[in-house]
Design a protein around this ligand. Structure first.
Ligand code: NI
Length: 175
């Protein structure tokens, strides 16, 4: 188990476009485990590999953490490797989002309410899912990371500039 430091904005490494995983092997499974450890240590519900500085198309997620399992210690994470969205609904949904790479900032983001996606699991098996609610939102948020996009990039230019200023200031104060 290795908890790795999570990059925070503004950090140019978060803008990297991640590359496909060519083979789901022991090295990739170890990376996914480190990502899950890092996510739990930071009290998060999702993490993309690029957030720990590894620009590969891997996401880990545990939405149960939302519902108090964090206290019970129950861990039930899944990995999504080389995920692709194959369909999105016209209907939109708005959730207040946050991000481990954008500490202490939360804001409403509109995204398609339902999506279909495909990905590889940790055994390299292709899985297709249809998602709505939190899962749909989280998958889209995490998949944005793979393109170097943060949730604040969905906000107005003015709002984003203001938030980035705040983040830069917070970083300076932290030394
Ligand atoms: Ni995020």
């Amino acid at each position: 188990m290795t908890v790795r430091p999570i990059l925070t904005a503004p950090d140019p490494r978060l803008k990297a476009v991640s590359t496909d995983v060519e083979k789901v092997d022991a090295e990739i499974r170890k990376l996914a485990e480190d990502m899950a450890d890092s996510m739990y240590a930071a009290d998060g519900i999702g993490l993309a590999a690029v957030q720990i500085g590894v620009p590969k198309r891997i996401i880990v997620m545990d939405l149960n953490q939302e519902e108090g399992d964090q206290k019970s210690g129950k861990k039930d994470w899944r990995a999504f490797i080389n995920p692709k969205i194959t369909w999105t609904s016209d209907e939109m949904a708005t959730y207040e989002e946050g991000c481990l790479s954008v500490p202490e900032i939360y804001d409403d983001v509109d995204r398609p309410a339902r999506i279909k996606a495909e990905y590889l699991d940790l055994n390299g098996k292709r899985i297709e899912i249809e998602a709505d609610g939190m899962l749909a939102t989280c998958l889209q948020h995490e998949m944005d990371h793979l393109e170097g996009v943060l949730f604040i990039d969905h906000l107005s230019r003015l709002k984003r500039a203001m938030l980035l200023k705040k983040l830069t200031k917070a970083k300076k104060m932290a030394g």
